[in-house]
Design a protein around this ligand. Structure first.
Ligand code: ACO
Length: 329
């Protein structure tokens, strides 16, 4: 029997309507469009508005769009994994809530928390369930309502993040398309530079933690930047080397969208020219788990069967990784 690989066979995406531009942020904090654009590449980001709306309200429409494109009923989904750093609740898992909202009553699922590398960690996890031969339709969602943990009085972080979600359908393939290789890494000692100080079991919510604004993203930007540049480029180069791939073999680099300068450094190291790099950070900012599937969603029509894609991410934890896949349609 030929080897089963997990191939992406459809992509869905969703970004909320409200646009938070650099111009609006200039009126909220001491910043400028020029600073934000030159340091990050971001021009605007989307924000999910509305009382009682959470990450599942981003993920569910992305999954419904995916089902429509693939021509499948949500009841056919076997498993749904949701990568998120901003779950609807501490428990139950946002994956469970999404399956309920889309009517995927036959699916089991869970969340994966790996900050900005979450989608890659979830994609590789989902691929193993397909490769085992036991499951035929696995949906991997990357969704984050980053506005729920962003302090809009802190200019060093509020300019970076946005809300959004993307989802992919994984199905078995026996012709060699799909996920070919992956490298996933983590280093928990990096947690001091990028984390949310309170709300977990170490420091549960209290009046004190709320007054101290500890329920928001805390980031020491420069050490994160330095680690991101080195590690994202390293794992991208490593996955190419061990599979004998040259820059010219790669159709697209699909990088996590945290900072255009980090993306440029990764592309240079891989010897990939700018026109082969998916970049939508200018419109959506850093949607954490959403960035990579949102790129696939936007570029889906330009992709060709057999294209080599390198997906790469770095994020809080620290976590990072790369995936090589052959586009299947
Ligand atoms: N507007 C104007 N000035 C600002 C702003 C702003 N929005 N933010 C910071 N500044 C100021 C700082 O106060 C500082 O001023 P000072 O020199 O007077 O102290 C100056 O600009 C330089 O600040 P730096 O932090 O050194 O700026 P840097 O060039 O490092 O850019 C940034 C900051 C964009 C955050 C960058 O460090 C970065 O991209 N870091 C990595 C982000 C990342 O990859 N995160 C991982 C994924 S996120 C996740 O996993 C959830």
């Amino acid at each position: 029997m030929s080897k089963i690989t997990a191939a992406i066979t459809a992509v869905g995406g969703y970004v909320p309507e409200f646009v938070l531009s650099n111009g609006i942020l200039e009126k909220m904090v001491d910043t400028t469009d020029e600073w934000i654009t030159s340091r990050t590449g971001i021009k605007e980001r989307r924000i999910l508005k509305g009382e009682g709306k959470g990450t599942s309200d981003l993920g569910a429409p992305a999954v419904l769009e995916l089902c429509k494109k693939a021509g499948i009923d949500p009841l056919e989904i076997d498993m749904l994994i949701c990568a998120t750093t901003t779950p609807d609740f501490v428990f139950p898992a946002t994956a469970n809530i999404i399956t309920d909202k889309v009517g995927a009553k036959n699916a089991f699922g869970y969340d994966i928390s790996a900050a900005c590398s979450g989608f890659l960690f979830a994609l590789v996890t989902g691929s193993k369930f397909i490769e085992s031969g036991q499951y035929k339709k696995v949906v991997v969602v990357g969704a984050d309502k980053m506005s729920s943990i962003t302090d809009y009085t802190d200019r060093t972080t509020c300019v970076l993040f946005g809300d959004g979600a993307g989802a992919v359908l994984l199905e078995p393939n026996t012709e060699g398309y799909g996920i070919k290789d992956s490298i996933l890494r983590s280093d928990g000692s990096g947690r001091v530079y990028l984390h949310q100080k309170s709300g977990g079991s170490v420091s549960p919510p209290s009046y004190k933690t709320i007054d101290a604004k500890e329920h928001f993203v805390y980031q020491d930007g420069q050490p994160v930047f330095k680690s991101a540049v080195v590690n994202m480029a390293d794992v991208s180069a490593e996955i190419m080397e061990r599979n004998n791939l040259q820059g010219s073999d790669i159709a697209w680099l699909v990088p996590h969208q945290a900072n255009k300068r980090i993306i440029d450094a990764t592309a240079r190291r891989m010897e990939i020219s700018d026109e082969k790099v998916m970049l939508n950070i200018q419109r959506y900012g850093n949607t954490t788990s959403g960035t990579i599937p949102l790129c696939l969603w936007e570029w889906e029509k330009t992709l060709n069967k057999g294209d080599n894609l390198i997906l790469a991410a770095f994020g809080g934890g620290f976590t990072w990784g790369s995936v090589w896949l052959k586009w299947a349609y």
